[in-house]
Write a protein that binds this ligand. Structure first.
Ligand SMILES: [Ca+2]
Length: 435
């Protein structure tokens, strides 16, 4: 049986619930109006009680609004009120619906903006076609992780050169790493396990370390990845590229020298080559691994294959060199790597690489030769480059592999004044915001 109404529209409410719902609706509306017209008396106050009073005001306003709706619904449905006074609760309902719609629109806008900073390809970002070639070193590997984290880098090929690693062994580690992070479509290349000339190999203990992927547990797979010859892969990738390619060379220059021998014309579609290597006005670094070496002027990447370096330096390419002069000036600490880890598994592994090296070497800070070169490749404004003419010493002796400044037209832009703060900040932004 239908219950008769307690009050009609033109009447006063018949129940206390009805009176309260209208009263609280009026209170909420008055308070909202005061707030919207800047008339909230507590906003103008000063002193320690001001924030508390403002909070009480806001909570009272919100509480009245919600209570008016709840009591209004009860009054209409259970108490069968139809008084105009009770129907006032529909005003807070309308306000609440509008607020929810505005909130939903803002959430949507926020999510759309988030897509723009994610490291996924975005049509609005100009991307750099990149070939990565490293000698299978720990910090070369973190340079690759960085390229995968910056949406501006479009890595078209990953290649391993002669140097710290045996190319055919290390490329399989990189293949597994790329698959693990969802980049298995990037073509892989490995160069010959020997320089173009000479026999300046890294010590065996280094090369053995690289065979085991430096002890990092990256869930090695049983899979064998398809690997092309590096020089062939470089030639093909450069020739087929829809835009000029930029190369990051962070090992010996063997593979690029071989590619130029196969097809010298590729340089027409090479935008720039960034090389970590050489020591221009500072001592070399051979003694770090071979303490009794008499060579105090060569840097390892150039020393490992001086002939290849000499050929690349005289090929007429747009070269950017990041030598020890620059890398000595930019060091990382655990504070830096900690900030990267917020960005997920890829930055986490990059941080792990440097943290474990600092631990092994008993140091609190560490250089990041290849990683810093990758950062500068994407942000050349982070180093002041000096155009110089450099010649590589290819004859055997105590200066073999030296990068010497000679008279004549410049053939390479040399990074001598890196902006340490800007580089570290950029690494933190790219790694720390990756997801
Ligand atoms: Ca390297």
């Amino acid at each position: 049986m239908k219950k008769p109404v307690s009050s009609r529209f033109i009447q006063h409410p018949a129940t206390r619930t009805g009176w309260w719902s209208g009263l609280l609706a009026m209170l909420a509306m008055v308070m909202l109006t005061l707030n919207n017209f800047g008339l909230n008396p507590f906003n103008e106050m000063t002193g320690q009680w001001q924030p508390i009073l403002v909070t009480i005001f806001d909570l009272t306003m919100l509480g009245s609004l919600l209570a008016a709706i709840a009591l209004g619904i009860i009054a209409v449905t259970r108490k069968h009120e139809r008084s105009w006074w009770v129907w006032l609760f529909m005003i807070p309902v309308t306000i609440l619906v509008i607020l929810l719609i505005v909130f939903a629109i803002e959430v949507r806008k926020f999510n759309d903006n988030r897509v723009e900073i994610a490291p996924t390809p975005d049509a609005n970002i100009e991307r750099m076609a990149v070939i990565f070639d490293d000698d299978g070193s720990p910090d070369g590997t973190s340079a690759l992780l960085y390229l995968l984290s910056d949406p501006r880098a479009d890595v078209r090929a990953v290649s391993v050169s002669y140097g710290e690693a045996h190319p055919q062994v290390y490329i399989q580690h990189l293949g597994a790493m790329l698959e693990r992070y969802g980049y298995e479509e990037i073509p892989l290349g490995a160069g010959p396990d020997a320089p173009l000339a000479g026999n300046n190999a890294f010590p065996d203990f280094v090369r053995e370390g690289s065979n085991g992927f430096w002890g990092f547990n990256q869930g090695s797979t049983d899979r064998t990845y398809t690997v092309q010859d590096s020089a062939d892969l470089m030639v093909k990738t450069i020739k087929q590229s829809d835009k000029p390619v930029t190369l990051l060379m962070s090992g010996a220059l063997t593979n690029l020298a071989l590619a130029l021998r196969i097809e010298p014309g590729i340089k027409e579609n090479i935008d720039a080559v960034y090389i970590m290597g050489g020591a221009v006005y500072v001592p070399g670094n051979l003694k770090g691994l071979v303490p009794d070496s008499k060579n105090n002027s060569a840097e390892w990447n150039i020393y490992a294959d001086p002939m290849a370096a000499s050929e690349v330096f005289s090929a007429g390419l747009n070269l950017y060199l990041v030598p020890l002069d620059a890398t000595n000036l930019v060091t990382l600490t655990h504070d830096d790597t900690r900030a990267w880890r917020k960005g997920g598994s890829i930055p986490d592994f990059a941080a792990e690489i440097y943290d474990s090296r600092m631990k092994d070497w008993g140091r609190e800070e560490i250089e990041m030769w290849d990683l810093m070169t990758a950062e500068i490749m994407l942000n050349p404004q982070h180093c002041a480059f000096s155009p110089l003419r450099l010649e590589v010493v290819t004859t055997e002796g105590d200066t073999e592999g030296q990068t010497r400044v000679v008279e004549g037209e410049p053939n390479v832009n040399v990074c001598l004044e890196p902006d340490r703060g800007a580089i570290l900040q950029s690494l933190e932004e790219v790694f720390g915001s990756r997801k």
